[in-house]
Structures are given as structure tokens and as C-alpha cells.
Write a protein of this length. Structure first.
Length: 82
């Protein structure tokens, strides 16, 4: 199954590791370190023209999504229940 994460981007549900609210980015040293490392490895993808509301961590990249983390989590749980 796939989840639409914003813009024209869809992600296979099996590749999603975590979905976070955008505020996690500045909430701790660990999350800052993780995001800095992903940026250095050029694994960050910013989709959509709107301001990012959530961060979707996949097996090979980190996606800034304009869709709220609660909406994305509902979509993910919907497919998990199928």
C-alpha cells in the first residue's frame, strides 16, 4: 500500500519508519543530530510549496511534508488495519 504525503509524493507504507510533528526537529539534541546527519548525507526531501508540518522518516530518506503528522498517522493506521 501507499500513503500520499503531500505534493505529488507517495510513499510505500512498508518503507515508513516514523512520522513526527515538525516540532520534534528542535526539541532535543538527538533529533537535531539526526536531522543534521540526514542533511549532510543529502537524504532530506522537502515536498510541496506549503510550510512543512511533519517529518516522515523512511528507510532511505527524510521527507518534510505539508500534511500534519496526525493526518499521516491516520492514513498509515487505516492501511495497517486492512
Amino acid at each position: 500500500m501507499y500513503i500520499h504525503v503531500g505534493g505529488e509524493k507517495i510513499v510505500r507504507t512498508s518503507e515508513i519508519v516514523a512520522i513526527f510533528d515538525i516540532t520534534i526537529e528542535s526539541s532535543s539534541k538527538l533529533s537535531k543530530s539526526f536531522m543534521t546527519g540526514a542533511q549532510k548525507r543529502k537524504q532530506i526531501e522537502d515536498i510541496g510549496e506549503e510550510e512543512a508540518k511533519s517529518i516522515v522518516v523512511t528507510t532511505n530518506k527524510v521527507i518534510y511534508s505539508p500534511i500534519s503528522s496526525s493526518t499521516l498517522k491516520k492514513r498509515a493506521h487505516h492501511f495497517a488495519a486492512l
